[in-house]
Design a binder for this molecule. Structure first.
Ligand SMILES: Cc1ncc(COP(=O)(O)O)c(C=O)c1O
Length: 404
């Protein structure tokens, strides 16, 4: 092979477990095998959960009306207004000017990290966590440290662990609520305890990733910003999950700055946003229609998802070799492998299951090498017959490979 031109380590260090396991699955598909995919948190990849028609119509209408140009860098004014109104409903005093529309929460995260992190800074994020919280901060010379979610107590936040890991270098304290990959939901009591800790560290901002907030099946979910009277909060949300349109790539960052300490940070964020021009213009109209229209359709979607969740819990409880803490939100559960053979090598479990039984999950260690180990993430968006088929295959596989 020719001597290769070197790649930057910030790129070669990136891992995204959720899509990495798709590579061997695609090879099997090319060979003609059909794979049961329980790996990707994209509702539109599964039947029965389409993007609502009125939102699609608004997107199409925007295209037909020629809304194909650049739009304002911080978002369409009417969309910023609708998002602020939505956040006010969730309990805090959001203004249109607090809202910045991005290409999904993913872009908002990159903007947040780029505007806050310097060499030597720390991001304190839950373990296990959604992978970009580990992947991106290192691009800025920062490090992600994980605080524990309690594996035997519904993946609740380990408040003592958070407290013990706080120091002056922690610039961002991340809450993903409901959580990906665990499906856990933190209620007001837990959130208040985290805010009380953050309050003692004046350079720390709380990142509230609430992209699954409308998929809370416990009734416990609260807006983190709504509980904060002094700690600054970056609220992240968008069209991907609750409005079932992840491919539109529209999300937002809303800044709650109750004590006015983010004037310089806001300026930095706005500069970054201007330098990347704008988010997709017609897609913003689609999201606007979702926010401004009746949302009664969501109840039927949620009850379908809950029925699928319940089926998974029932099936898992009857299969030897796996167990799970109930999932209170999002559409994930983080399933524990109890046989030591797999508990020590969850990636091997996922890959062998894929090759032998053609069922695809994501290995838990992809969400945290230590705190996710011995688990796999299951997405309960497929229909009940597919889930049942997948569990039949998992059961067969575990039986075949049971440790002596
Ligand atoms: C916790 C969390 N945040 C953000 C995202 C990505 O959001 P977006 O599609 O808005 O970029 C995901 C996607 O799975 C997620 O699980």
């Amino acid at each position: 092979m020719e001597k290769q031109i070197p790649v930057a380590s910030r790129a070669s260090n990136i891992e995204y477990a959720i899509r990495d396991v798709v590579v061997p699955a695609a090879i099997l598909e090319e060979q003609g095998h059909q794979i049961l995919k329980l790996n990707i948190g994209d509702p539109s990849a599964y039947p029965g959960l389409p993007t609502p028609q009125h939102m699609v119509d608004a997107y199409v209408h925007a295209l037909q009306k020629g809304m194909n140009g650049y739009s304002p860098s911080y978002g369409l004014p009417e969309l910023r207004k609708a998002i602020a109104r939505d956040e006010v409903q969730k309990g805090w005093d959001a203004k249109d000017s607090d809202v910045y529309v991005c290409h999904g929460v993913t872009e908002a995260l990159q903007i947040v990290f780029a505007s806050i992190l310097n060499q030597g800074d720390t991001v304190l994020a839950p373990g296990p966590h959604y992978p970009p919280y580990m992947a991106y901060p290192q691009m800025y010379g920062a490090t992600t440290v994980e605080y524990k979610l309690k594996p035997d107590d519904g993946w609740k936040l380990d408040i003592d662990d958070i407290e013990s890991k706080m120091n002056d270098s922690v610039r961002l304290l991340v809450l993903i609520n409901p959580n990906n990959p665990c499906g856990s939901v933190a209620g007001a009591e837990e959130v208040n305890r985290v805010l009380a800790i953050a309050e003692r560290w004046p350079n720390c901002i709380v990142v509230a990733d609430e992209i699954y907030d409308g998929l809370d099946f416990t009734g416990e979910h609260v807006s983190i910003a709504s509980l904060s009277s002094s700690v600054p909060v970056f609220v992240l949300n968008g069209v991907s999950k609750v409005f079932y349109a992840p491919g539109w790539r529209i999300g937002y960052l809303a800044i709650h700055d109750p004590t006015n300490r983010l004037i310089e940070v806001r300026d930095g964020i706005e500069r970054l946003l201007r330098s990347r021009l704008c988010a997709s213009t017609p897609a913003q109209y689609g999201y606007l229609a979702g926010l401004e229209s009746d949302r009664s359709w969501m109840a039927a979607y949620s009850s379908k998802v809950v029925a699928q969740r319940n089926l998974c819990i029932e099936r898992i409880s009857s299969i030897e070799g796996i167990e799970v803490e109930s999932s209170g939100g999002a559409f994930y559960m983080f399933v524990r492998l109890t046989d030591p053979k797999w508990a020590d090598n969850d990636k091997k479990f996922v890959l062998e299951l894929l090759h032998e039984e053609h069922v695809l999950f994501v290995h838990g260690s992809g969400f945290s090498p230590t705190l996710g180990k011995g688990h796999f993430r299951l997405v309960y968006l497929p229909e009940i017959n597919v889930l049942n088929d997948a569990f039949d295959r998992v059961e067969r596989f575990l039986l075949r490979h049971r440790s002596a």
